[in-house]
Design a protein around this ligand. Structure first.
Ligand SMILES: NC(=O)c1ccc[n+]([C@@H]2O[C@H](COP(=O)([O-])OP(=O)(O)OC[C@H]3O[C@@H](n4cnc5c(N)ncnc54)[C@H](O)[C@@H]3O)[C@@H](O)[C@H]2O)c1
Length: 392
């Protein structure tokens, strides 16, 4: 029985995503479970080194992770390049702000080490494709976080599509968003970092969320409905003044709401609303409804509900009486087929297997660039008020 250690330099782990999703809910649980057991003979065991600029913040996260593992704090470094150069480093992970992504990818490529990173990979498609070439020229393995594919709700939708539950799919409707406080009131602090709302720092909801919509639509609906061929969008800054982490006001010039219509193939409409300026009165922070000739489904992050043609109610428009139909009845909950693991952790395990064993991992920098292309196309469509072709 061999336990193969995979040295991972993790950059950006003092941030929201790096700390919570990647370190504490993915790598630490993988270590706690004894690694990724790929066969009776081989286990892959992550050995993270936490990299960043602020030693104090790093030490706090390293201690939190160490405590969760019932041991000493994880190792830290403020010298990213030296850590990646070290022979004990097998790969770089980057969850720092989007604007830093190029430096991380260039660093990994210059040393010839694999890189796994958060999305978006860049804020323009030209830059995203340049980074693809940098990685290809260095012949390194790459991966981009496509976490939504492993959300239980989306997995259930995919299973319904594959089982042809919907008949002919007619339309798809995605609602994403919640209220992100401006930070003006000390009693209601902003719950997302201020750079998300500054264009120069790589902020904006289109850049952030359309990366997700591209791979969700490609991988979940592509086989049934075809690729996104064109889109129309309205991208807006609803709240132009917000307050930063120090309580100082700033011009929030990045978009904070984006409404898009994606045409799949030549006939299926996928309409996605994304907003950080909306209040939730729906099942979850993200809901996706599919309507088909034989049935419909609505998925949230974990749950998925279906209504077949036979169970479809027959409403009559009459505003003079209280609505007699409970439209939430006649929906069946899709049962959990398996015990679903954290979506980020599932993809991490696949990337570790990819770099250690060469198993397929299709969610590369090139795929990530497709998400950046979609966001860019939406910004163009919105500024011109036109339908725009989406590059394939
Ligand atoms: N997969 C998802 O669902 C998802 C969700 C939210 C954010 N993200 C992406 O994850 C990344 C991080 O987002 P976040 O919300 O965790 O942000 P955050 O501001 O909470 O964390 C950013 C991290 O980057 C570091 N950093 C900031 N400026 C830097 C610089 N100049 N050089 C190097 N490091 C720097 C910070 O110290 C921190 O560790 C972004 O690219 C974002 O788009 C992905």
């Amino acid at each position: 029985m061999e336990t193969r250690t995979i040295g991972i330099v993790m950059n950006g782990v003092t941030g929201r995503m790096g700390a919570n999703q990647h370190l504490l809910r993915s790598i630490v649980p993988i270590m706690a479970q004894g690694g990724v057991r790929v066969s009776p003979e081989l286990t892959l065991l992550p050995a993270p080194v936490l990299a960043g600029r602020n030693e104090e913040k790093l030490m706090a996260v390293a201690k939190q992770a160490g405590d969760a593992l019932g041991g000493t704090p994880l190792p830290i470094t403020t010298d990213l390049e030296q850590a990646v150069r070290s022979p004990s480093c097998d790969m770089l992970f980057d969850a720092s702000i989007t604007q830093f992504r190029a430096r991380a990818i260039e660093l990994a490529a210059s040393i010839g080490k694999p890189i796994y990173c958060e999305k978006p990979t860049a804020t323009t498609s030209a830059e995203a494709m340049r980074l693809v070439r940098v990685a290809d020229d260095a012949n390194i393995k790459t991966g981009v976080v496509f976490d939504k594919l492993w959300l239980p709700g989306i997995r259930k939708l995919k299973a319904l599509i594959d089982a042809n539950f919907f008949g002919r799919i007619l339309s798809i409707r995605g609602e994403f968003g919640y209220w992100v406080f401006t930070g003006e009131s000390p009693d209601q602090p902003a719950q997302r970092p201020s750079w998300n709302y500054r264009a120069a720092d790589g902020g904006g909801i289109a850049a952030d969320m359309f990366c997700h919509w591209r791979y969700v639509l490609d991988h979940t609906f592509g086989s049934a409905c075809g690729p996104i061929t064109k889109l129309a969008a309205w991208v807006n800054t609803d709240l132009p003044r917000r307050f930063d982490e120090s309580g100082n006001p700033y011009d929030a010039d990045a978009d904070d709401s984006a409404y898009a219509m994606f045409l799949l193939g030549d006939r299926v409409m996928a309409q996605f609303n994304s907003s950080w300026c909306t209040r939730v009165r729906r099942d979850d922070l993200l809901t996706i409804q599919i309507d088909g000739t034989h049935g419909s489904a609505v998925a949230g992050l974990r749950e998925c509900w279906t209504q077949s043609l036979a169970d479809t109610p027959r409403p009559v428009w009459n505003p003079d009486i209280t609505q007699p139909i409970d439209f939430f009845a006649n929906w069946d909950k899709v049962e959990d087929g398996i015990a679903y693991d954290n979506a980020f952790k599932v993809q991490w395990e696949l990337f570790l297997r990819h770099i250690a064993l060469g198993e397929p991992f299709p969610w590369t920098l090139r795929e990530g660039a497709r998400g950046v292309e979609l966001a860019e196309a939406a910004l163009v469509a919105s500024s011109r008020c036109e339908w725009v072709e989406v590059p394939q």
